[in-house]
Design a protein around this ligand. Structure first.
Ligand code: GLA
Length: 389
């Protein structure tokens, strides 16, 4: 299928009119996200530092008088309809519709009177690239349904609800980072989130002003066993916390790390723990540097995060490591995989006048290895979910 052209907002609005022969009551958008640093720390009650992308998912919608939800997706070209029976319990709607039905289910499960609705969805967030297309979809649908129904749910409570849609209805055991980023991020800032109490601080992050560019390099590598491996990493972290007698790995500091590792007999578990504990510290160090307006200096932390994911958490793949190495050898200040792993994207912090050199180096390294050609896109920290009109 060829990529749709034209503005995503207009595509959603026009799709609504084509499908339903009516004008939507409103349009709502939610972005994808990239995580600057802090990977696989969210479900360990730790720290993350994502920012929202300019690419977004847009929902055009109106209310229906009955309790049915009709949803058209530009991407699949399909229209699906589900009713209250389908959201009485998790899992009854499958495929992409599960992310929409999951939000209806989670709202109803939390006691909200969700209005029936007609929705049309278009998106610029690449699928399966580790940029949270699923959180963008859930969060845009959630924003639309809250507004259409006049339902009260403060922004701080929305990520948990969208996460329940994904964890319980869809059945993916992900943490709280993606939905928090998509809903709570602000333009020009990274979101410093404490995943234990969900407190946030908006950290100014303006690479452009420092003459820098964040490049998001999509490896186009197929996700290999991503779901099973993600769940396995999560289980091993939880088992390690239990063995160490702490509520979560967040409760082990870098100063306590050696002593903690000495209490674990399994080498693989020790590597997993070392990643999570050092990664939490790298988030804190990155935040401290950004607060001190030392954006350039975060480069080595990004690269150290990558090495930790590659060697200790073992969630990278050759295409991803190749992109990181090529970017660094062409002068990137730092580079790392972003997202859950086993494919997806790399982010590189690059001097703006060196962007082409870095993008070329990655393309050449891919061509030399016969990998599918990567894409490199400069991105700026963008706004979180919002009503457009
Ligand atoms: C995926 C999950 C997040 C987080 C990241 C890894 O994006 O959805 O909750 O665990 O992986 O940092």
């Amino acid at each position: 299928m060829t990529a749709p052209t034209g503005d995503v907002v207009e595509r959603a609005a026009a799709g609504f009119t084509d499908q339903y022969d009516a004008r939507p009551t409103g349009l709502w958008a939610a972005p994808g996200r990239v995580n600057l640093i802090g990977e696989h720390t969210d479900y360990n009650d730790g720290f993350v530092l994502p920012f929202a992308l300019p690419m977004r998912t847009v929902v055009a919608a109106d209310r229906r008088d009955d309790e049915h939800w009709t949803v058209w997706s530009e991407l699949s070209g399909e229209t699906i309809t589900f009713a209250t029976d389908d959201v009485a319990e998790p899992g009854r709607v499958t495929g992409w519709g599960a992310y929409v039905a999951g939000v209806v289910w989670a709202l109803r499960d939390a006691g909200h009177a969700v209005p029936g609705a007609r929705l049309a969805i278009a998106s610029d967030v690449p699928l399966g690239a580790g940029l949270s297309s699923s959180a963008a979809l859930e969060s845009a649908v959630l924003a639309a349904l809250l507004d259409l129904g006049g339902l009260e749910l403060p922004a701080e409570g929305q990520p948990r609800l969208a996460q329940r849609a994904e964890n319980v209805y869809v059945g993916a055991p992900t943490g709280i980072m993606d939905q928090s980023a998509v809903i709570r991020c602000r333009a020009g800032h990274a979101l410093f989130l404490d995943c234990r109490d969900e407190s946030v601080e908006h950290i100014p992050f303006d690479p452009d002003a420092a003459g820098l560019t964040v490049l998001v390099i999509d490896s186009h590598a197929p996700h290999r066993h991503a779901d099973g491996e993600y769940a396995a990493r999560r289980r091993s972290c939880e088992a390690a916390a239990k063995a160490l007698g702490v509520p979560a790995l967040r409760d082990v500091t870098v100063d306590e790390l050696d002593a903690a590792l000495a209490r674990l007999d399994d080498a693989e578990t020790r590597r997993r723990v070392r990643h999570v504990v050092t990664e939490d510290q790298r988030v804190l160090d990155t935040v401290a540097l950004l607060r001190a307006d030392r954006v350039r200096d975060i480069g080595p932390l990004l690269t150290a995060s990558h090495v930790s994911m590659r060697d200790d958490f073992e969630i990278t793949v050759p295409e991803i490591d190749t992109a990181v190495e090529a970017a660094l050898s062409a002068g990137a200040l730092g580079a790392r995989m972003t997202g859950g792993g086993f494919g997806g994207c790399v982010l590189a912090l690059v001097e703006t006048d060196g962007v082409e050199a870095v993008a070329d180096a990655v393309r050449t390294a891919y061509a030399d290895r016969n990998y599918t050609a990567p894409t490199a896109t400069p991105v700026l920290p963008s706004p979180g979910a919002t009503r457009l009109r």
